[in-house]
Design a protein around this ligand. Structure first.
Ligand code: ASP
Length: 438
């Protein structure tokens, strides 16, 4: 027998019907011992997320504007779920207590956290699992920084004695007893921390998609799902803009070497995506894992004959952007040339000053600026051992008449990053995708 921690997102717990699905998923596998709920999400596209409504209540309370109607929407949502599930739980006094506290000036963190708290109460009753308030285990410092050491000790100690528990996501507490939340979407983080603390065998993240896709479905029609991906590959794709897990939620489980399985509550039999520790299995070699990209970069290329003999050239170049608080994404170099790839939102109006200083300090032969660039990363752990991947990639781009303006490859040979014109972005992703997937 192993231990699984299962986190269910807002759409998985949006109404009574979804709660029933969740229960049957939990009951299917007795290893699913610790369950982390989010607050109820949207039931349809024009619906409200409970957390958003709670933030709104707090904002109104702060400004002295009545928020009774909004709070009513929240109460009705929860009471309806309780009623439709046929539970005897009486949430009314708890809801009233929360309303009074929000009115009385309780913090925004307290207010927002009640979405998960209430959903946790319902789910624990429905599953017959013990309710454990994360305020007692997920601990922050006075200044609101997550305190991993104290938290992991508390999680281990508390849950060692509890066979099955529901632990609401998204929040914990500070030493003064005040509630502290993670950033939005933070229930993912709670799940990962609980998995790390009790040394789970698997962290399941149940959502409304059957895992990650190889490419953005808005760009490639019906992209294939990713069955397995390493933490490092995931980081590469997330960094390049793929909309995956909450970044901070990966860290605790990655550190503990615990795999994450992204699953679909509405299609539980689908395998989903398994995120595994790095290294090991190269059975995927020959295939790429995924493609992601971002628009909006500028490339500054500096040319100077014999720059390699000039001591400190690179350092001086980088200090010019550093002194303006700018970081760079990539720095491809050639013989007598070096380029800096910088995202436009960092550059703002600073470009002219940078060029001027480069000319003054480095006396280059030429400085070339190319804006409106997009970066696209093709990621795959198996790439390093498979000849011909880049050949396939570049010939696909060539036959689509797409001009590649920059090429960079990570040291682990796990990705190939190309720079193309913003306008060629979608076509380039499609060309790469169909070069590897048919
Ligand atoms: N309910 C919180 C939010 O909407 C946290 C979460 O759902 O993970 O951000």
């Amino acid at each position: 027998m192993g231990i699984k921690v299962a986190k269910f997102g807002g759409s998985s717990l949006a109404d009574a019907e979804q709660f029933r699905r969740v229960r049957s998923i939990v009951m299917m596998d007795e290893d699913r011992r610790y369950i982390i709920p989010s607050a109820p999400g949207k039931r349809h596209s024009s619906d409200h997320k409970i957390t958003d409504l709670l933030y709104l209540c707090h904002e109104h309370a702060q400004k002295g504007i009545p928020f009774g109607e909004i709070f009513e929407l929240i109460s009705t949502r929860y009471l309806k779920i309780v009623e439709e599930l046929g539970l005897s739980l009486d949430l009314r006094p708890i809801l009233e207590d929360i309303r009074e506290k929000v009115l009385g000036g309780y913090s925004v963190e307290y207010t927002a956290s009640r979405g998960e708290y209430l959903n946790g109460l319902i789910l624990s009753e429905f599953l017959g699992y013990e309710f454990v308030d994360p305020a007692e285990m997920i601990l922050f410092t006075e200044s609101g920084v997550y305190d991993s050491k104290r938290t992991l000790e508390a999680v281990e100690k508390t849950l060692a004695k509890i066979e099955n528990a529901v632990i609401p996501g998204f929040y914990g507490s500070r030493p003064d007893g005040g509630i502290q939340t993670f950033s939005r979407g933070g229930s993912d983080i709670t799940g990962a921390i609980i998995a790390q603390g009790i040394k789970a065998d698997l962290y399941e993240n149940w959502t409304d998609v059957s895992g990650f896709m190889m490419a953005d479905p808005r760009v490639v029609k019906n992209p294939k799902p990713i069955k397995e991906i390493t933490y490092r590959e995931l980081r590469e794709l997330a960094y390049m803009g793929a909309n995956v897990l909450h970044e901070d939620s990966v860290f605790p489980v990655r550190q503990a070497g615990i795999p994450i399985n992204i699953k679909n509550t509405n299609e539980p039999e689908a395998e989903g995506t398994l995120i595994v520790p790095n290294g090991g299995d190269f059975s995927r070699s020959g295939m790429i894992t995924g493609i992601a990209g971002k628009k909006g970069f500028t490339v500054i290329t500096i040319e100077k004959a014999m720059m390699n003999t000039e001591l400190g050239f690179g350092r001086r170049l980088l200090s010019i952007i550093e002194s303006r608080g700018i970081s760079f994404e990539h720095m491809p170099s050639g013989i007598d040339s070096i380029s800096l790839v910088i995202s436009d939102n960092q550059l703002n109006e600073k470009l002219d000053g940078i060029i001027e200083e480069i000319n003054q300090q480095l006396k280059p032969d030429a400085v070339d600026v190319h804006d409106n660039m997009a970066l696209i990363a093709t990621v795959g752990q198996g790439m390093a051992r498979t000849p011909g991947i880049s050949g396939r990639l570049f010939s696909a781009l060539g036959s689509e008449d797409i001009n590649v303006r920059m090429i960079a490859q990570g040291s682990g040979e796990m990705n190939i990053i190309i720079g193309v014109e913003n306008d060629d972005f979608e076509r380039a992703i499609e060309a790469i995708y169909y070069a590897f997937v048919n």
